[in-house]
Design a protein around this ligand. Structure first.
Ligand code: NAD
Ligand code: TDX
Length: 338
């Protein structure tokens, strides 16, 4: 696995993965990224330019994809439109990048005989009740709720069909909610941290009882590296770090760590179709591939994330006003529609 093509490597988790692989392997990496609003060139700064090369381009571009794929030993596919709120307002780009883009990569790895690892999400399984003792496993049926999760589920099913029908060498992973450095300020944790840093009040959707299963992006990266190196072709692996917390609890921790009062936030309108709870059982990954997360203390992980956003204002400030303006427009559109 020397030469790896990382799609979406200028986004949040992709960039964390590139940093991880440069530090923990001898691989050479080509990042293929369309540089949407979610990408940031600065996330790849400081990496050895002999080992990391950025190609700006679209995974839907047949010619480009078929030029790049055969030059590599493996493709790790992160590229996607990823924000649920955006998918409620503009689902088209999600269908194009997540479904058609994955299709183009599948055809290219099939034609050129290249190994693929497809990155997906626990959201494909729908949501759980708060008191459900079951968590998602590799055999949980697909039941996506949002346009985003429906397109991710579609892409997973395409990968599984290409494995069965054409025998491509592919693995899949479905991971829970990530946090850490380089995460776009539209997402829950960085939005609240940068609101506090920027003098805005944090925004909690609905009553904040919704539960997410948090994992640090560096633990996601170590799991993907293991699956790439030791995973069985055709298999799906679930990645999670036993980090269930309600949004209310996470926000309370952020406010406390940043020296704000517990009630210093706005409760705002809930997300349409808001999934109640995600929870991952990662026993298979832990027992078969001996994977262990390093970040098991969310308070410590949040402290580190807060420190990172404090120290990297030039990374996030250019996107902040635009993001909050988009949220305001989406709220107005929602009012008109309801
Ligand atoms: P992100 O939005 O931060 O980054 C996505 C990247 O993909 C961006 O750099 C963007 O420019 C690029 N991209 C989008 N469309 C493209 C296209 N057509 N061609 C080339 N590049 C394109 O997303 P993220 O949070 O880093 O998520 C990465 C992957 O991990 C996604 O597949 C997502 O579904 C999955 N995932 C995310 C989470 C999470 O908590 N964020 C959890 C589980 C799985
Ligand atoms: O301002 C906010 N206030 C709030 O209460 C935002 C942006 C979110 N929320 C809530 C909604 C969710 O319950 O916080 C929770 C997390 O929201 P997001 O960060 O938007 O993540 P989520 O919708 O759970 O999806 C994420 O995890 C799975 C990623 O964005 C997906 O790409 C990934 O597949």
């Amino acid at each position: 696995m020397k030469r790896i093509l990382v799609t979406g490597g200028a986004g949040f988790i992709g960039a964390n993965f590139v940093h991880h692989m440069i530090a923990h392997s001898d691989s050479e990496i080509t990042v293929l990224d369309k540089m949407t609003y979610a990408a940031n060139r600065q996330s790849l700064e400081g990496l050895d330019s002999k080992r990391v090369n950025l190609v700006v381009g679209d995974i839907c571009d047949y010619v480009l994809v078929n030029e790049l794929v055969p030059q590599h030993d493996a493709v790790v596919h992160f590229a996607a439109e990823t924000h649920n709120d955006n998918s409620l307002h503009d689902p088209r780009s999600f269908v194009i990048s997540n479904v058609l883009g994955t299709f183009e990569l599948l055809e290219a790895v099939r034609n050129h005989g290249v190994r693929l690892h497809h990155i997906s999400t626990d959201e494909v399984y729908g949501d759980l009740e708060l008191d459900d003792p079951q968590r998602f496993t590799e055999t949980t049926p697909y039941k996506p709720s949002s346009p985003y999760s429906a397109t991710k589920a579609s892409s997973d099913l395409l990968v599984k069909a290409w494995v069965r029908s054409f025998g491509i060498e592919a693995t899949l992973s479905n991971c829970s909610n990530n946090y850490g450095p380089y995460q776009h300020v539209e997402k829950f944790i960085p939005r609240q941290i940068t609101n506090v840093l920027g003098g805005l009040r944090p925004k909690l959707y609905g009553n904040g009882a919704n539960v997410r299963d948090w994992i640090h992006a560096s633990d996601h990266s170590s799991a993907v590296q293991l699956i790439l190196e030791a995973g069985q072709a055709g298999r799906t692996y679930l990645i999670g770090a036993d980090g269930e917390k309600s949004n209310r609890e996470v926000l309370a921790l952020i406010l406390e760590l940043m020296g704000r009062k517990a009630d210093d936030f706005d409760a705002v309108a809930d997300r349409a179709g808001h999934d109640l709870r995600y929870a991952i059982d990662s026993t298979v990954l832990r027992t078969e591939l001996s994977w262990q997360p390093r970040y098991t203390d969310l308070v410590q992980g949040l402290e580190q994330a807060i420190g990172w956003y404090r120290q990297h204002r030039s990374w996030w400030e250019p996107a902040k006003a635009q993001t909050e303006q988009r949220y305001a427009q989406q709220a107005d559109a929602f009012k008109v529609a309801s």
